[in-house]
Design a protein around this ligand. Structure first.
Ligand SMILES: [Mg+2]
Length: 169
């Protein structure tokens, strides 16, 4: 499961005072700490851990997701998707509304079924994945104002119980 951070784990887009905040451990409380980390509900860790799939960071946080967020959630170090340098194809993708992550994630999946959890995915990405990815895929959009909810986790769990090998996009 490819997991975005900004939006799914760190809600944003509404008034800042609308977000609950959570205490940070001593390692993350320093002056250098990103104040957005306080918006991450530590309970996401347990909810992610029980999903029967490997979770992979798919975020611009890159290695910082393992350094700052995994400990906050009580998760072990996860694989991190490495994004390619910008290339000529990006401009065309942007015009067509394809997310800049989509091609890379399909490459990483290499035909294996996957979930992609992100606040920015659209039907353009779903259609592209359906046309370019042989395994099943669940492209799950999260409301960035709330982040991952119990309803989102329920939808992920339902999909993960499906038999794979079918076209489930
Ligand atoms: Mg995001």
């Amino acid at each position: 499961m490819f997991l975005d951070v900004d939006g799914p784990l760190i809600p944003f887009g509404a008034e800042p005072q609308q977000y609950p905040t959570y205490a940070l451990g001593p390692d993350l409380r320093g002056a250098d700490a990103n104040p957005l980390l306080a918006r991450i509900d530590p309970q996401h860790g347990a909810k992610l851990a029980v999903l029967p799939c490997e979770v992979v960071w798919a975020t611009t946080w890159m290695d910082e997701a393992n350094e700052c967020i995994a400990p906050l959630l009580g998760l072990q170090q996860l694989a991190v998707v490495v994004w390619p340098e910008p290339s000529g194809v990006d401009d065309q993708d942007e015009r067509e509304g394809l997310h800049w992550k989509t091609r890379t994630l399909v490459d990483w999946a290499a035909g294996r079924p996957f979930i992609w959890v992100d606040d920015e995915v659209t039907d353009v990405d779903r259609a592209w994945i359906a046309a370019h990815h042989e395994g099943g895929a669940l492209v799950h959009r999260v409301d960035a104002r709330r982040g991952l909810t119990d309803g989102d986790y329920a939808a992920l769990a339902v999909w993960l119980r499906q038999p794979f090998g079918e076209n489930l996009v």
